[in-house]
Design a protein. Structure first.
Lengths: 319, 349
């Protein structure tokens, strides 16, 4: 293989692996920026993946080539609904948000596997026929060198991941809603005195995190795993959480971190066919995202600070 | 209502609500809840074999629950029990395989000690980062979980064995297997670890309630600043709490390696025992006796669930849903205590 082919292969597979992480990490950003910790991202991805696969298998005859896209909408709704449970527990019932997130992860896995057995009478679903495939982007892929590297073999959801990351940045940092959301996460009492409805903003943020988490899971299921079983989502949600922290709770940072993690993931898979990487044990590449996150938190790669009120329920009238 | 009563009421009501929700799900999905729960009971305590399996499943749950509870009492959330358990499992099996002609009185404690040490080390890192750099332990321990998963798999495949998917079985001198316990439970996989688990619960109770160290750890959990002003070394206590918690989790791994399985194999995902440990600790109110009782309940649910599809046609994942809901209700205890107090008020009128 010549260098260009190798680079093109790495870029393409990195972006492919990163796409679900970008969506989910953005979901984490919304939730945590509003002061609600969301360990349940993993569960939201699971429910998204499950919904997308079941919807895809059921309605493939109705929607034809559009099936994966329609399935994404269904998965987003499912993720949003499940996250509201986390919202109710952590906003209204003042539950420990980490514990509630753990419960979401359990619930999503149990519920989806229970339903798979109920619907298909076996432990995993069939493979889907209609899925996201990697295609060249028209015109842009004709640019010499750059086109081959960055615009060839790109799945369409990847483009949307970039778009939504920029939209999230705009919403969070350039609109009144974003300002309110961030203020609720930094100092809910101050926001409350200024007339911001803390609970409402937090519910919206948690719902958005569910929508994006479900989207991430659905994209993963329909482009990478292609079926649903107990091992479809194993840790991608936590990796998205890591990407969010590594990206310092910023939408574009989270996107960059997700791409980096996708890069590490793809290296651990395609690395064996790349000359100078074939002797590096895969374990280093496998643990890289996690170790780097710990180092980032420890301040070796710039200080990463969570939103101030993250993790604490807001109780009116208490100081 | 007295406070003591509420402390008991919340877990009991949570379990009942969880089981009730499970019954509703069975009903909606066209199954008979009574038959489902009967199958669950039979699968957990139906005969001596199943009882043995339930007690065997309870053993690592006790350790995982104690690990989570111990850290909780110092105000730390050790979500990394899963990873600490894996490295403890690996270390125990490694020692169990590597030494061949040691007497049992030395070899077995050494293997368990290795598990405790490995778990303690895995707990030390997040504890140290928390104490020194104020890094949140939840995120670090989650990351340590995945690191442990990949590292242990790498060790099994490339260091302990020669590219195989499992290690050799540990030597007899390091095994926890008990012919006596197997015999009285109709040849279940119950092993001597059960005694150790009960002992560990007693140790935890003694350590937390009857020693100066335990007093300091709990004080740090209640109020860090007050402990600081009282002259306690908060940072040291945080690290110590995570180390002890990790050691409990590591021994939980030893139970798997030296008792239940006798070896270690490549794991594609987590065993779930560490995460279930969170549920066990929460349900048990983070006390030693509570953890033992909750571990028994979860052991019974897990083992009993395997009988559900056979006897009643209900998918065993139902139990996962029930467990998730129990955690949910315990976490939302504010709601339960609020409801209880509402009832109380009505009675007063």
């Amino acid at each position: 293989m010549d260098a260009l082919t190798i680079i093109a292969l790495i870029v393409s597979s990195s972006l492919f692996a990163a796409t679900p992480l970008i969506f989910t990490a953005l979901g984490g950003v919304f939730s945590e920026k509003s002061g609600v910790v969301n360990i349940g991202l993993e569960g939201l991805m699971i429910i998204g993946a499950f919904t997308a696969i079941v919807f895809n298998l059921t309605f493939v005859d109705t929607f034809g080539d559009m099936t994966p896209w329609v399935s994404l909408l269904a998965a987003m709704l499912a993720g949003g609904l499940l996250s509201l449970l986390h919202g109710v527990a952590s906003i209204a019932f003042r539950a420990d948000q980490v514990v509630s997130g753990v419960a979401i992860n359990f619930l999503a896995l149990g519920l989806s596997l229970f339903l798979v057995k109920l619907i298909y009478d076996k432990g995993q679903t069939d493979m889907i026929d209609s899925r996201f495939i990697r295609k060249d982007i028209p015109f842009l892929s004709d640019i010499p060198v750059i086109g081959d590297i960055f615009f060839s073999n790109i799945a369409r959801p990847t483009i949307w991941a970039f778009v939504i990351a920029f939209v999230s940045w705009f919403v969070l940092y350039k609109t009144p809603f974003g300002l309110r959301l961030r203020s609720v996460g930094e100092h809910p009492m101050a926001a409350d005195t200024m007339g911001v409805n803390v609970a409402k903003i937090r519910y919206i943020a948690v719902f958005l995190s569910g929508v994006l988490g479900g989207l991430g899971g659905a994209v993963y299921a329909q482009s990478i795993s292609l079926d649903f079983s107990h091992s479809t989502i194993t840790g991608q949600g936590f990796m998205a959480l890591a990407a969010m922290i590594f990206g310092k709770w910023h939408p574009l940072g989270a996107m960059g971190a997700a791409i980096f993690f996708g890069f590490a993931q793809s290296l651990s898979i395609v690395g064996t066919s790349i000359p100078f990487l074939e002797n590096v044990p895969a374990v280093y590449l496998l643990i890289a995202p996690y170790v780097l996150t710990i180092l980032a938190l420890a301040g070796f790669i710039g200080r990463a600070d969570a939103p101030k009120a993250s993790g604490t329920p807001y109780i009116k009238g208490s100081r | 209502m007295s406070k003591k009563w509420t402390v008991l009421a919340v877990p009991v009501i949570s379990v009942l609500l969880g089981l009730l929700a499970g019954a509703v799900i069975m009903l909606v999905s066209g199954n008979n809840p009574a038959a489902g729960y009967m199958a669950l009971w039979n699968g957990a305590f139906g005969d001596t074999f199943y009882t043995g399996e339930t007690l065997r499943q309870m053993t690592p749950y006790i350790f995982a629950g104690l690990a989570v509870a111990f850290a909780f009492r110092t105000g730390l959330f050790n979500i990394g029990v899963e990873g600490q358990l894996l490295v403890g499992w690996l270390a125990s099996v490694w020692v169990g395989v590597a030494f061949t002609d040691l007497p049992k009185v030395i070899h077995l404690p050494m293997a368990i000690g290795a598990g405790a040490l490995a778990g303690a080390l895995w707990g030390f890192i997040p504890g140290f980062l928390k104490a020194r750099l104020r890094v949140h332990e939840v995120i670090v321990t989650i990351m340590m979980n995945y690191t442990a998963l990949h590292v242990t798999n790498h060790f099994i495949r490339n260091v302990i064995s020669d590219g195989s998917d499992a290690t050799d079985v540990v030597n007899e001198t390091a095994s926890l297997r008990s012919p006596f316990l197997e015999n009285i439970t109709d040849f279940s996989s119950l092993h001597n670890g059960l005694y150790l688990a009960v002992l560990a619960a007693i140790i935890m109770w003694f350590l937390l309630e009857k020693t100066t160290l335990g007093y300091e750890l709990r004080a740090v959990g209640y109020n860090q600043h007050a402990s600081e002003y009282a002259g306690m070394n908060v940072n040291r206590n945080i690290v110590l709490s995570m180390v002890i918690s990790g050691a409990f989790a590591g021994i939980g791994g030893s139970m798997q390696g030296l008792g239940t399985f006798g070896n270690m194999f490549i794991n594609s995902g987590f065993s779930g025992i560490g995460f279930d440990g969170i549920a066990v600790a929460l349900l048990g109110g983070n006390t030693a006796i509570g953890v033992v009782l909750a571990a028994l309940l979860f052991g019974a649910l897990k083992v009993g669930s395997l009988n559900m599809p056979i006897e009643s046609g209900v998918p065993n994942e139902l139990v996962e849903i029930v467990i998730a809901l129990i955690i949910f209700f315990v976490a939302s205890s504010y709601m339960i205590t609020w409801l209880l107090s509402r009832f109380k008020k009505k009675e007063a009128k």
